[in-house]
Design a protein around this ligand. Structure first.
Ligand SMILES: [Fe+2]
Length: 356
């Protein structure tokens, strides 16, 4: 007799039989061996549980056995990992037992005494085939799970790399813009170092107000980029020795919007873009470009506004005499609630007092 490649021949199959009646047990062993199966024979349920292993292809269980009954045994087997088809041996006229056995997950049942040997062998072979399919399914599932785990791990590794590259790219993009901005500032002796100072002041205010690191990072980048819009404004207008004309003011006042547009393609700078746009807004709504007021202006923007104005007041301007730090602070106080946020001004005053 030949067997398909995925099925075991009887010589390779192991059948476990548990029956307390030695006559029945020996008879079943003999029949199984006659058909060429390897047989493991035990006399009760507990022994059967001990012998149940991955190598067993089918289990034949008597129902009434001392100690662990056949039904108790299958319940314990069901909780295990092997998933071996179980065939019950039932006495004649105990149909309800057979029904109960099937309900407990038995694969089949065989009536005692065994009279039809061919039918018996068919049932055993079907159980062994079932076991083969269970094994194949389990192995397929395990392979699939292993493959999914491997792919997930590879994907996670690629994601980490991608995040790393993306972070480098973000940092490089910001650095490029900052370099351009610094180059622009350094060309003008009156604006040189402005961005650096505004950044330092803002960071100090943020820390004084106990802002989390992430917020300090956002305010830092926003400071570094806040006047980037001036890159595209005619420098002669900014560096002009003397007050600006109305037309020149209109041009200068465009720099927050232009700045926001410059960094807009860099999606990760969305919050910074918003701050850049609004760093000339005032609490009383008289600022530009959108005339926002009060709570419409976010805290980080309010911080930059104070830092930016303070530096502008204390730095040398081509056509203005710069103020002392005390005078500039007095001006910040004077413009609390109209131009500047009073809490931010207080925090900045505290920092300046400590620095003295
Ligand atoms: Fe500005």
């Amino acid at each position: 007799m030949s067997f398909p490649g995925y099925l075991k021949s009887p010589e390779q199959s192991n059948v476990l039989i548990a029956d307390d009646d030695p006559l029945v047990r020996d008879a079943v062993v003999k029949i199984l061996e006659l058909f060429g199966h390897n047989v493991v024979a035990v006399s009760d349920g507990n022994e059967a549980l001990k012998k149940a292993s991955d190598d067993i292809d089918a289990i034949i269980l008597d129902i009434n056995m001392p100690g662990l009954s056949g039904f108790d045994t299958i319940k314990i087997l069901n909780e295990g990992e092997f998933d071996i088809p179980v065939i019950f041996l039932t006495g004649a006229g105990t149909m309800e037992y057979a029904v109960k056995a099937i309900n407990l997950g038995a694969y089949d049942f065989i009536a005692k005494p065994i009279e039809d040997l061919d039918l018996f062998e068919v049932k055993i072979r079907r159980a062994i085939e079932k076991r083969t399919f269970i094994r194949r399914e389990k192995s397929y599932k395990e392979n699939l799970e292993r493959e999914v785990r491997k792919k997930t791990r590879q994907l996670a590794e690629k994601n980490i790399l991608l995040e790393k590259y993306s972070h480098h790219l973000e940092v490089s993009s910001v650095n490029t813009i900052i370099t351009l901005n610094t180059a622009l500032e350094e060309k003008d002796q009156y604006t040189a170092g402005h961005t650096k100072r505004v950044t330092e002041y803002s960071q100090m205010i943020g820390k004084c107000m106990n802002l989390p690191k992430e917020e300090i990072d956002v305010v830092t980048r926003a400071c570094q980029l806040h006047d980037i819009g001036k890159l595209v404004i005619d420098v002669s207008c900014i560096q002009k020795p003397g007050p600006l004309t109305d037309e020149e003011w209109i041009l200068v006042k465009k720099h927050p919007e232009i700045g926001e547009n410059i960094i807009k393609p860099l999606n990760f700078l969305e919050r910074e873009g918003e701050i850049v746009r609004h760093h000339h807004e005032r609490l009383d709504g008289k600022g530009y470009p959108d005339g926002l007021g009060g709570s419409e202006i976010n805290l980080l923007t309010k911080i930059i506004t104070v830092a930016d104005s303070f530096d502008a007041m204390t730095s040398k301007r081509s056509y203005k005499i710069n103020m002392s730090k005390d005078e500039a602070l007095a001006e910040l106080y004077a413009c609390r609630n109209t131009q500047f946020d009073p809490v931010v001004v207080e925090a900045f005053a505290e920092i300046l007092a400590k620095r003295k």
